[in-house]
Write a protein that binds this ligand. Structure first.
Ligand SMILES: Nc1ncnc2c1ncn2[C@@H]1O[C@H](COP(=O)(O)OP(=O)(O)OP(=O)(O)O)[C@@H](O)[C@H]1O
Ligand SMILES: [Mg+2]
Length: 376
């Protein structure tokens, strides 16, 4: 999971990395008040999970609180590389003397981490690396040893950064380790005219596989993520919200992926990805149905199950029991195939639910679900 700049900034601050004073808002009016609190002049920064914000006009200096309100109004709602700006961060401007680049990134091939650092920060590091590769130092970091003060000194010297940055380099490594991040990047890390080292921009990618041991993350996800995804995650479901109108439930990630394709091939758009896995118990089916049905964009639901170890009759029992606990409000098209398919279909037929219909093939089921979703 990628963090927003303001979230990265908070993590940096918690680990003792100096950052400028800043606040976040989604309201231009509030931006004016924040600017006043920060001393009048502020840098207004679009909060989107993509790079190149500055180039796109999403990072701008405002001279006073009135200008901050105007600038925030212009930046909020902007689209940067397909990401709509929903919040802005207002930061205290600093007097920059020099801009550096530093990052730690997992080098999967080498089974190590890599410190990348350059005295030519501020602009896109890819550009510097392409045109002047010697200006970018790449130093392997052994995960067991980490970045000690001595290692930090080595990185700073190799990149031509002032020795003063070593403390920040050590702390940045602590962010990576303690927060279970796969990437931490500061561009620019600056030295101010007053001689202070400050992180002016941050990118952090957290390792989702470590989320279970980072207890506060689920709360963050509930606060910042899609509410349906948060509800699904709370139930342990493998759910991803998409933009269409056909709810999709299947067993096995591969089957669900191809179901999405087939729905799209029928001229409709899938509303979600939901893999209820091999077990597909009644409870999981009920949980899955309730999440999918609570999406207001969903017009019909397609359940596509291929019976394997969990046979179709067990899945059909699961659907029938789910229908007792979840109030079905939209048409449900079920395709059961594979182990005990005939028995499974008979169980569903016997339930005689007016909103449930069956199809014997995946294409047929997808076509029906697409028709139901697109019919007005
Ligand atoms: N608080 C600040 N005070 C002074 N200058 C700033 C401040 N924040 C950013 N800048 C200047 O703006 C430039 C761009 O800002 P920043 O690095 O945050 O955005 P970006 O790199 O364009 O965005 P992205 O990370 O999406 O590519 C910085 O290199 C720096 O020169
Ligand atoms: Mg930057």
């Amino acid at each position: 999971m990628d963090l927003y700049e303001h979230q990265a900034r908070e993590l940096f601050a918690e680990h003792g990395i100096p950052v400028p004073r800043a606040e976040v808002t989604d309201s231009p009016k509030e931006a004016r008040g924040i600017a006043r609190r920060l001393g009048g002049r502020v840098v207004v920064k679009a909060q989107v999970k993509t790079g190149g914000r500055g180039k796109a006009g999403g990072v701008r200096l405002a001279a006073d609180p009135a200008a901050a309100e105007l600038t925030a109004r212009q930046i909020l709602g902007m689209t940067i590389k397909g990401h709509t700006v929903g919040t802005v961060m207002l930061a205290q401007p600093v007097d920059i003397e020099a801009e550096f680049y530093v990052s730690y990134v997992l080098d999967r091939a080498a089974g190590r981490f890599l410190a990348i650092a350059s005295a030519e920060g501020g602009t896109e590091i890819e550009e510097v690396a392409a045109t002047r590769p010697a200006a970018v130092a790449r130093i392997p970091v052994d995960p067991a040893e980490g970045v000690t003060p001595a290692k930090a000194g080595e990185i700073a010297a190799a990149a031509g950064l002032p020795a003063q940055t070593a403390d920040t380099l050590v702390r940045l490594w602590q962010v990576l380790v303690r927060e279970d991040a796969l990437l931490v990047e500061v561009n620019p890390l600056v030295r101010t005219r007053q001689g202070q080292i400050l992180a002016l921009d941050g990118k952090v990618t957290l390792d989702d596989n470590a989320a279970f041991r980072q207890s506060r993350r689920s709360a963050d996800a509930a606060e910042h993520g899609d509410p349906l995804e948060a509800a699904a995650a709370a139930k342990g479901l493998n759910y991803v919200k998409l933009e269409g109108e056909v709810g999709v439930i299947g067993n096995g990630a591969g089957l669900v992926m191809s179901t999405l394709d087939v729905v799209a091939g029928c001229g409709a758009r899938p509303a979600n990805f939901l893999d209820i896995g091999g077990g597909a118990s009644a409870e999981v089916m009920a949980d899955g149905l309730s999440v999918v049905l609570s999406d207001p964009a969903v017009k019909s639901v397609l359940v596509n199950v291929f019976g394997g170890i969990t046979a179709c009759d067990a899945v059909a029992e699961g659907i029938v029991r789910a229908l007792d606990t979840v109030r079905l409000t939209k048409p449900l098209v079920v395709r059961l195939d594979g182990n005990n398919a005939v028995r499974g279909r008979a169980i569903l037929d016997a339930r005689r639910h007016p909103l449930v219909q069956q199809a014997t093939t995946m294409d047929g089921a997808a076509r029906r679900a697409a028709e139901l979703a697109t019919a007005v």
